[in-house]
Design a protein around this ligand. Sequence first.
Ligand code: GLA
Length: 396
Amino acid sequence: MTDSPLPPAASAALAAHRHIYGGDARVAWAPGRINIIGEHTDYNEGWVLPAAVKRHVAVAGTVIAGSVTDCFSEHHAMRASFTNPSSPEHALPAYLPLWSRYIWAIFAELAALGVRVPTSRLAISGDLPVGGGMSSSAALLTATATFLTRTAGHPIEPLALAQLCQRAERLASGAQVGIMDQAIALLGQEGLALLLDCRDLSHEWIHGQPTGWQWLLFDTQVRHSTAAGEYNLRRAQCEAAVVKLQAALPDQRITALRDVSLADLDAPGAGLSVVERARARHVITENGRVHRMVAAMRADDTHEIGHLLVASHASLRDDFAVSIEELDVAVEVATAQTGVAGARMMGAGFGGSVLILARADDVNAISAAITSAYEQRTGRPGKAHVEHIGDGARFR
Ligand code: GLA
């Protein structure tokens, strides 16, 4: 395995490190992800079905003396440095740009575990769209954590490391994210999708792509800076619904929307607001769709897979209210193409990408047709990319 070629992001990070800092660096890289289905279910202790892709964020680094770590981001063409924090309670230096806060937060979380985190010079490169809904932030976090734990000689088991990276993401960005992105970035396996139970982190693997079909991602190129606030608001609405349902159904063990059925929403005295009811309905029906998707994927039933993708999109748009016009248009133009089984918005929402299942033989023509129809409808350029399912984080 050691002589397999480095992914482009890793070669780029090594070249950037040589150029900026010199010296012989080691490199860690971690993938972005697609999520086949199970959106906004992870923090409701439900199920998700992501797969790692062959686009990455890579961190090349050398260890230096002292306690000031320096980092360079090729994407931002920018350097940042900080004194290594000794715990997450340390105030995050206000001058740090967001990308370097993720690195700072990994240092802080590792230090809290008692890891002697090596002072480093780190160069970061990647070929994942930043803010494209493919979890470039989780890729940066998990690549950094992989680099530092391996360099420190303190390996941490992948699911525990995913939880550490999740805490770091919350610390750095303020978004109260779930576990999906960090888990798949570390666990990913070539060709396979991960069915993850976000309550106890038990999981199984299924074949990630129906025979003769191909996952295609269409980036709307829209990014909304309010996304973290909207994300936290959705989470708070789900939690508010849980509190009301617990009071209305005291005999039922409800700790998350995972434990609730559609019928429970009508419990006398629950008194859910229209919004809370809609948010809960999305989570409940989406959890159901994850299980139906696993069955459909196992049966290679592309008709049902397509139907579930489209139903998931409608639920995210109408009940969870995280879609935007450009995502809706992308789904509409994608599903109008012959050779497309279905499509849906993917990730947190408020911009980013649409996931499309397309016939493998026609994928290039389908990409071109969607790109041109999207531009005609929105006046914006979008970007289609064929995604191949790859492995999780690696270190070399
Ligand atoms: C973001 C978060 C995940 C998950 C998705 C929505 O990617 O990081 O934890 O909640 O949004 O499914």
